[in-house]
Design a protein around this ligand. Structure first.
Ligand code: BES
Ligand code: MN
Ligand code: MN
Length: 456
């Protein structure tokens, strides 16, 4: 192992230069403008897998963006680890708020700054480089490895869901290793054992068939924006409970043991509020902030539009108003069932004076993984070895919808070994990734592969 870890430390600077090349490719999956960049990014990733030493590397074209597959199965009798990550990134707007251009990575203050740095290019690269270190220093891996790297995570992983169903044999494995989550705090090794699900809706409220003069008609007809605003307001009560009938019926309550374990984590509400520059925290009554974030479902309006939004004043009653509304779900809520409940309830909130149209955009199932599994133990030990501290177990408020598909189709446990930080501006301007965590991540990955191979 010493040869491997030495190789990792000696090659850090080159690893970072290669990560920069990766980050220069604007592989935004939303929209169609970056189709070429996505293809180029898939080729880049495939080339890196080949250079690392994998024996079979293939790019699979899909209805959407390509899936990059790589494998090395030279350790018969040893376990097989499937490593998942996503090379697509979120859009970059608002561009003017970036301190440096999103696709011109720079290293500053021990961090690398660029779109995708922490979500998820920097994190997936960790495993490519750990595998490379084994091949270059030992000529082999201690166990079998398969890589599945997709380009559609940020838009719902539709093609990968199909690919998993169709390629169960090729993807057969003993564990799925994913680095696309956060550490609990800087320098603290963390295993995530739960992710929230998602149900994302778009609603449109239509009143008159065209915009009206708000003097000639104001007061006589319903204003769709006023109505939409009050409909959204009624989706939650004063205690922060969601009012959709049946919404909570499948929610798995936290066990006493889990409540205790969450309570034992160091957390300051005050520091958290301060970091976000808000005067106070707000959420469902009767739960702590970590419980609200990790184990309770939520409903949020993500965007709202309609009418006149230019400078100055235009007196108008708009014909239409729209909003995007998402719900984060927890086990055992079902996004399809929730979408139906939302749709029928939302329609009942509208007066006769308007028409309501509701669309479900996408969804994902929540997940919790059992902590007793030996691959989780191996992951925890590996992180402890690299970080020199005790591993903490946490859940995550965000979602990775494909995790459930992996678990279901491949019948293998998922190990969520994340190296990002929630404060690293994922999905927002000035995304970055701590290079210390990048290095510790590569070490953790190599200790994990070695440790799991010994567990048999
Ligand atoms: N890597 C994130 C999930 C995540 C979010 C991990 C926050 C840790 C902290 C993932 O790429 C993501 O952004 N997921 C989306 C879901 C998807 C359907 C767009 C999300 O959670 O909004
Ligand atoms: Mn991600
Ligand atoms: Mn993301």
């Amino acid at each position: 192992m010493e040869k491997v870890t030495n190789y990792i430390l000696e090659n850090q600077d080159r690893y970072i230069e290669e990560l920069k090349d990766f980050l220069r490719i604007p592989s935004i999956s939303a929209g169609t403008e970056n189709k070429k960049d996505i293809q180029q990014c898939a080729s880049f990733v495939a080339d890196k897998l080949t250079a690392a030493g994998l024996s079979r590397v293939e790019i699979f074209q899909t209805e959407g963006h390509p899936i990059v597959y790589g494998e090395w199965l030279g350790a018969p009798g040893k376990p097989t680890v499937l490593i998942y990550g996503h090379y697509d990134v979120q859009p970059v707007d608002p561009l003017e708020l970036w301190n440096t251009p999103p696709f011109e990575p720079v290293v500053k203050d021990g961090k690398i700054w660029a779109r995708g740095a922490t979500d998820d290019k920097g994190q997936l690269f960790i495993h490519v480089k750990s595998v490379e270190a084994f091949f270059k220093s030992n000529g082999s891996l201690p166990l079998n490895v398969k890589f599945v790297l997709e380009g559609e995570e940020e838009i719902g992983s539709e093609s990968l869901a199909v690919f998993l169903k169709q390629n169960k044999d090729m993807l057969k494995c003993d564990a799925v290793l994913i680095s696309d989550t956060s550490l609990y705090a800087p320098g603290v090794p963390s295993i995530t054992y739960g992710l929230r699900g998602l149900c994302y809706m778009e609603v449109e409220v239509t009143g008159p068939d065209h915009d009206l003069h708000s003097g000639s008609f104001g007061g006589a007809v319903a204003n769709p924006i006023n109505i939409l605003a009050s409909m959204i307001a009624r989706l939650q009560d004063k205690k922060g409970k969601i009012t959709i009938p049946g919404f909570y019926e499948d929610v798995l309550p936290l066990s006493k043991k889990e409540k205790e374990s969450i309570k034992s984590l160091k957390f300051s509400e005050k520091a958290f509020a301060k970091e976000l520059k808000v005067a106070e925290l707000k959420g469902e009554e009767g739960y702590t902030t970590l419980e609200r974030l990790w184990a309770r479902p939520t409903l949020d309006c993500n965007g709202i539009w309609g009418g006149f939004t230019g400078t100055g004043a235009k007196t108008v009653i708009p014909s239409k108003a729209s909003a995007k509304i998402s719900m984060r779900l927890v086990p055992n809520q079902d996004p399809k069932k929730i979408a139906k409940m939302f749709t029928s309830y939302f329609k009942t909130l509208a007066p006769k004076s308007v028409k309501v149209n509701v669309k479900a955009l996408h969804g994902g199932y929540p997940v919790v993984v059992p902590l007793e599994h030996k691959v989780i133990v191996a992951a925890s030990e590996a992180m402890e070895k690299a970080f020199g501290k005790k591993t903490v177990y946490m859940r995550e408020g965000g979602s990775i919808p494909i995790v459930v598909d992996f678990v279901k189709n491949l019948k293998a446990p998922a190990v969520l070994m994340g190296f990002g930080l929630d404060s690293e501006n994922l999905h927002s301007p000035n995304e970055h990734f701590d290079l210390n965590h990048f290095r510790l991540g590569i070490l953790s990955s190599s200790y994990f592969l070695e440790g799991l191979s010994q567990k048999g």
